[in-house]
Design a protein around this ligand. Structure first.
Ligand code: HEC
Ligand code: HEC
Ligand code: HEC
Ligand code: HEC
Length: 447
């Protein structure tokens, strides 16, 4: 992975607050919204979000534009399409246009909305802009600066006017995953990967942490918005990633690569590793393996989903295990893949409200962490993708325990995590046995 270990486990203490699950009717994602996008300059004035210094009497920082334009990689997402790597990808794919004009690239590297929804000051070259995440501002730009007596109600009104609810973990997961994982509308396919696109690696809580912060979760924030603990953000991110995978898996529009289904959903290292490794094992975390010599789905998010469902409600964890096993079998030819994929999608949807309702106190979170490590020691992270997701999860879960003061030594734990990360630097050199050894060591550091 890309060295995405967090700096450390100390964050600001957050007062836990009531967690209600978002309504079943999901907001359209910013690019799907019928409203007009006004453009970054609309947000950037020094009186609005373009201040160099923080404003003392404002609940928000007001220097968001400065943070975004100077340090956030999203600013250069469009420019990346002009570099040599992108030129090569476009050439290898035989695209008719250059990368920076091709929808297949722009859909994730810019705010590529239909022309009629672009305001006068909109610029495609601005990359991933405020409104790509916060929603087109046509309707909310005026009311969102109105004087406020009830901050929470004010925020709710803005959302009704099309402000995207980035504070809600489920909505945020859908948003970030739409580009960092893909959805029915856009995907980095195996062909795009084969043409030279980097491998995608994402975990919601970690990426929220490592993106340059233009917001602070403090007391007044929690009066305006509900605060999702990092572990919950992680958990919801996993459930939604499983749902997205199932949607893409059964999507007929995605078609096939020759005789094969979309390979990007499968474990890369089922195909891309030296044969002398002999990695096939008769057992997986979900039960007996499918036959050797077959391609397997990348089940790393499913492993995480099972680990956390297990901790919250063992019966639910067992249901997840059984359903993933059925899906693996069906994809290998024993059963109907579509039926099993949709059943898993439904089950992942059932896990979300359970997570939202659960009290993520230290004992439960420690159970999640121990479960993740024990799964690994049992040899269930023989795939690189699983080891990577598990490490991201452990850092998210460990950060929570560290903040709660529920870890004997965060420094020891951090050092252990760092060693795990070292073993993940190169996906092609990943050695499952070394990883297990390191996990055994980490296991001694969590009490
Ligand atoms: C589903 C969304 C998606 C699509 C489609 C997509 N990309 Fe990307 N691309 C990303 C994301 C997300 C990253 C960043 C990955 C990371 O760092 O985790 C990225 C990274 C890159 C990078 C590396 C950037 C760097 O900083 O080194 C290049 C180059 C690139 N993409 C080019 C392209 C081209 C060319 C196309 C069209 C053929 C394309 N991408 C299509 C989402 C997408
Ligand atoms: C990649 C997505 C993304 C982009 C791009 C982005 N933001 Fe945000 N923004 C977030 C997330 C996530 C949060 C935290 C959750 C929340 O409070 O809604 C946030 C929070 C905020 C907040 C709320 C702070 C608070 O205390 O309530 C403001 C204001 C803000 N962003 C302004 C901006 C502005 C202005 C830009 C453009 C210069 C921008 N954002 C670009 C994702 C993004
Ligand atoms: C419209 C598509 C899109 C959305 C939505 C989006 N991203 Fe990104 N993100 C990208 C692309 C493309 C890049 C790569 C830019 C580059 O490398 O220059 C990127 C880069 C990043 C990086 C830097 C990764 C690295 O390798 O250093 C982080 C962190 C990140 N995004 C977090 C988030 C989070 C958190 C959200 C949701 C709040 C989000 N992104 C939403 C497309 C998106
Ligand atoms: C079913 C087996 C299979 C799976 C699963 C698979 N690939 Fe591939 N991959 C291939 C084959 C076959 C090729 C073409 C090799 C060739 O042209 O010699 C290829 C080519 C590539 C290439 C281009 C390499 C080159 O030398 O041209 C990249 C990069 C790549 N795959 C990445 C991935 C990633 C990332 C994943 C997982 C998300 C993945 N693959 C999953 C079989 C697979």
């Amino acid at each position: 992975m890309m060295g995405i270990l967090r700096a450390g486990l100390n964050g600001i203490g957050i007062v836990a607050c009531a967690l209600a699950i978002s309504s079943a009717t999901a907001q359209p994602l910013p690019y799907q919204s019928p409203h007009e996008t006004l453009g970054t300059v609309t947000c950037a004035s020094s009186l609005c979000h373009g201040a160099i210094k923080l404003w003392k009497d404002s609940p928000v920082l007001q220097n968001e534009y400065v943070t975004w334009s100077r340090t956030d990689k999203h600013t250069r997402a469009y420019n990346v399409l002009l570099n040599d790597r992108s030129k090569k990808i476009a050439q290898n794919l035989g695209l008719k246009q250059p990368a920076h004009e091709a929808a297949i690239c722009l859909d994730c590297h810019a705010h590529n909305i239909p022309k009629e929804r672009r305001g006068e000051r909109f610029k495609l070259a601005d990359g991933i802009v405020c409104e790509s995440c916060h929603g087109p501002a046509e309707k909310w730009i005026k009311p969102h600066v109105n004087p406020v007596s009830d901050p929470a109600a004010h925020h709710a009104t803005n959302i009704e006017q099309g402000l995207y609810d980035t504070a809600d973990a489920t909505s945020r997961a859908r948003l970030c995953l739409s580009c960092h994982f893909g959805n029915k509308d856009k995907l980095v396919t195996h062909r795009i990967m084969g043409a030279g696109h980097p491998r995608m690696s994402f975990e919601l809580d970690t990426f929220t942490e490592i993106a340059p912060k233009h917001f602070v979760v403090d007391k007044d924030y929690s009066e305006r918005k509900k605060v999702w603990e990092g572990v919950k953000t992680w958990a919801v991110g996993q459930a939604l990633a499983v749902q997205d995978t199932m949607d893409i898996l059964v999507d007929e529009k995605r078609g096939r690569d020759g005789l094969f289904p979309e390979l990007v959903l499968f474990d890369c290292h089922a195909c891309h590793h030296a044969m002398s490794d002999g990695r096939w094992k008769p057992k997986t975390a979900f039960g007996p393996s499918i036959s050797p010599g077959l391609v397997r789905l990348n089940d790393s998010n499913m492993l995480m989903l099972r680990a956390l469902a297990n901790a919250v409600d063992p019966a639910l964890g067992e249901k997840v295990r059984e359903q993933v096993l059925k899906l693996h079998r069906a994809v290998a030819g024993e059963g109907n893949a579509r039926t099993e994929a949709m059943a898993l999608k439904k089950l992942a949807g059932e896990v979300v409200p359970v997570i939202a309702k659960a009290e993520f106190a230290a004992p439960l979170v420690r159970k999640v962490l121990a479960g993740l490590i024990d799964d690994g020691i049992a040899g269930h992270y023989s795939d690189y993708a699983a080891a990577e997701q598990a490490t991201l999860a452990m850092s998210s879960v460990g950060a929570f325990l560290g903040k709660q003061g529920a870890m004997r030594s965060t420094a020891n734990f951090n050092a252990g995590l760092k060693k795990l990360n070292t073993l993940l630097i190169n996906d092609e050199r990943y050695q499952p046995q070394q990883f297990v050894g390191q996990l055994k060591d980490l296991r001694t550091k969590i009490d």
